[in-house]
Design a protein around this ligand. Structure first.
Ligand SMILES: [Zn+2]
Ligand SMILES: [Zn+2]
Length: 340
C-alpha cells in the first residue's frame, strides 16, 4: 500500500511535469498538483492576491497562506467544491497583508492561523495599531481596500520556532524556518513525499521581489538551505508554479543584483540612483533572471546599497511607491486606478 501510494504520487508529479502545467497554468484556477494537493495562482495584478495552496488531509484541510480577505473568499468556494472536510489550519508564510490579512476570515470558518514565531515579531514592528500604538500597516491598507476595512487583523495564534509537522500517515507537510529572507519570519511548507515546496515570497516567479523588510545577504543563505530539500515543484508566493529550478533563478537574481550594486557601494546615493537604468539593462541581459527585473528596481537597488553601508536615496518617493506596489496594498492603487 505504502509503495503504491508513493509510486502513485511520484507518477502524478512526473505527469504534472510532462503535462505542460507550467505553461498552461491560469490565474484564479485551482490546479491539482498531486493527489489531495492544490495550487492556486492569485490575481496579483487585479487584486493584489498572493498564491495559495491547500492539502486535503484525512480529517481536515491545511491552507497555505491566508491571502487578503478578498483572496480568502476567492479560494474558499474552490476548496468547498473539492472536499467537505473542514479547513482547520491557515499557514501564513509571512506577515505581509497579502498573505496574512485574511486570517480573520479563516478563523470565522473554524481555522487556526499558524506561522513562524518571527511573524509575530514582525507584526509587533509594523502593526502598531493592533498592539496599541499609532496606526500601522493594517490601518494604512484599510484606507484603500474595502475587504481589509471590513475585517480585522488576526495575528497567528499557533507558532513554531523552527518547524512543525502535519502527518496523518498518508500526507506529510513540514513547515520550516530557514532564516531571514523576504522578512524576518518566512516559513516554507515542504511536502517530502511529493517533493513540492511552497515558498511564500522567499521565492517568487516574476517581478515581485519586495526587499524592504528583509536582507538580501541572508536571503541568499536561506534560499541555499531551501534548495537542499531537492524540490521538484515549487509553488512561489507570486507568479506561476515552476520546477525546482526557480529557486536557482531567484538566487541568481539576488547574486547579480548585489554584484551590480557593489560596483557603486562607495558612491554617493544620487550617483547610485542615477545608475539604476544601467543596472537594469545589465540585469536584463541575463535571460535567466530578466523576468525578475521590474518597476521596483530602484527601491531594490537602494535597499541593497543601504545593506552595503550606503545612505538611503534622498528622494523617498521610490520607497513609498514600492511600498504601495507590494503587499500592504498591491490592490490599493490598482483598485483606485480601476475605479473599483
Ligand atoms: Zn511579501
Ligand atoms: Zn506577497
Amino acid at each position: 500500500m505504502k509503495f503504491h501510494g508513493s509510486l502513485r504520487r511520484s507518477l502524478f508529479v512526473a505527469a504534472l511535469l510532462a503535462s505542460g502545467l507550467f505553461s498552461r497554468a491560469e490565474v484564479n484556477k485551482a490546479e491539482p498538483i498531486a493527489p489531495d494537493v492544490y495550487f492556486h495562482e492569485g490575481d496579483i495584478k487585479g487584486h493584489g492576491h498572493c498564491n495559495n495552496g491547500w492539502i486535503v488531509f484525512e480529517d481536515y484541510v491545511l491552507v497555505i497562506d491566508a491571502n487578503f480577505p478578498s483572496g480568502a473568499r476567492e479560494i474558499m468556494p474552490k476548496i468547498r467544491a473539492i472536499t467537505d472536510k473542514p479547513v482547520r489550519f491557515a499557514f501564513d508564510t509571512h506577515h505581509h497583508g497579502d498573505h496574512a490579512y485574511g486570517n480573520q476570515i479563516w478563523v470565522e470558518q473554524g481555522a487556526v492561523p499558524i506561522a513562524h514565531t518571527g511573524v509575530i515579531e514582525e507584526m509587533k514592528k509594523y502593526e502598531t495599531g493592533y498592539y496599541g500604538g499609532k496606526p500601522g500597516r493594517w490601518e494604512d491598507t484599510a484606507k484603500g481596500r474595502a475587504d481589509v476595512a471590513a475585517s480585522k487583523l488576526k495575528p497567528p495564534t499557533l507558532l513554531f520556532p523552527k518547524e512543525m509537522i502535519f502527518d496523518d500517515g498518508k500526507h506529510r507537510v513540514e513547515l520550516h524556518y530557514f532564516g531571514v529572507a523576504h522578512t524576518h519570519g518566512d516559513g516554507f511548507a515542504w511536502l517530502p513525499k511529493e517533493r513540492i515546496l511552497f515558498t511564500g515570497d522567499a521565492c517568487v516567479n516574476g517581478p515581485y521581489n519586495y526587499l524592504a523588510d528583509g536582507d538580501t545577504g541572508e536571503w541568499i543563505k536561506t534560499l541555499e538551505a531551501a534548495k537542499k530539500l531537492g524540490a521538484k515543484v515549487v509553488c512561489p508566493g507570486h507568479g506561476p508554479i515552476a520546477t525546482g529550478e526557480v529557486l536557482d533563478d531567484q538566487l541568481a537574481y539576488f547574486e547579480s543584483l548585489r554584484k551590480e550594486v557593489k560596483k557603486y557601494a562607495h558612491k554617493k546615493p544620487e550617483e547610485v540612483k542615477a545608475a539604476v537604468e544601467t543596472i537594469r539593462s545589465s540585469l536584463k541581459k541575463d535571460e535567466r533572471i530578466a523576468r525578475y527585473v521590474g518597476d521596483g528596481l530602484t527601491s531594490q537597488v537602494e535597499k541593497v546599497y543601504v545593506e552595503m553601508g550606503g545612505k538611503p536615496f534622498v528622494n523617498k518617493q521610490a520607497a513609498a511607491e514600492e511600498h504601495w506596489r507590494h503587499a500592504e496594498a498591491h490592490g490599493r492603487e490598482l483598485v483606485q486606478r480601476n475605479g473599483k
